[in-house]
Design a protein around this ligand. Structure first.
Ligand SMILES: C[S@@+](CC[C@H](N)C(=O)[O-])C[C@H]1O[C@@H](n2cnc3c(N)ncnc32)[C@H](O)[C@@H]1O
Length: 200
């Protein structure tokens, strides 16, 4: 039921959005599945990184990174060594640049830490197992269908002990989470966050 509410809320959010029409060139680059942009509440970002137990020196990837808040927090607050955010939408990559500048101005990130952050345009559905070989934590706020498609790639590419954390959506019945938590925010229903640890 919760999952349905989360999906419906996602759809309602998107229905309320309007944007400029895209050029054919941009359409050509469009991924097969485009998850709408809904930023994760900052309290939930912190809870996700805590649930994943991000440690100093680790590498964190956010697939579909929006304004980059998850990897910025991972590096600035949790002292991750490196963060990578991937998003298909060039507007989001501009948001990431702005968010990095703001985090530096707000003293939440040093200029040195900012150099360890990379934001890349790309389709997460085209990522391969090889892309994840040195990654400790992967964060997701996508949709069940995208999580399902990413599952075999993450399972093959991530090393044992690497963690995957997802906001609101699980990975399907054959990937039972190791932990699940609820986080409250001003949203009318709680956020669910899921943790899986890779075993081989
Ligand atoms: C729900 S938002 C989450 C943003 C961010 N991870 C957060 O939690 O704040 C999903 C993001 O994924 C991006 N996205 C959707 N489909 C994608 C795809 N196939 N490849 C890459 N990025 C995608 C969207 O542009 C959007 O920024």
């Amino acid at each position: 039921m919760r999952k349905f509410v989360a999906l419906a809320a996602f759809a309602a959010f998107v229905a309320g959005l309007s944007g400029p029409s895209r050029s054919a060139a941009e359409d050509k680059k469009d991924p097969e599945i485009k998850v709408p942009y809904v930023p994760t509440n900052m309290a939930v970002v912190e809870a996700m990184l805590k649930l994943a137990a991000v440690k100093e020196g680790e590498t964190v990837y956010d697939l579909g990174c929006g304004d980059g808040r998850i990897v910025i927090t991972a590096v600035g607050q949790f002292k991750a060594k490196r963060g990578l955010g991937v998003d298909f939408n060039p507007e989001r990559l501009k948001d990431c640049d702005e968010a990095v500048k703001k985090a530096i101005a707000d003293k939440k990130l040093t200029s040195e830490q900012a150099k360890t952050l990379t934001f890349k345009q790309g389709d997460v559905l085209k990522m391969t197992a090889e892309d994840f070989k040195d990654v400790d934590v992967v964060t997701l706020y996508l949709l069940p269908e995208v999580n399902k498609r990413l599952k075999p790639v993450l399972q093959k590419g991530l090393k044992p002990g690497a963690r995957v954390v997802s906001h609101d959506f699980d990975m399907g019945d054959d990937w039972k989470e190791d932990k699940k938590e609820e986080v409250k925010s001003e949203r009318t229903y709680p956020h669910t966050i899921y943790l899986w640890t890779i075993k081989k």
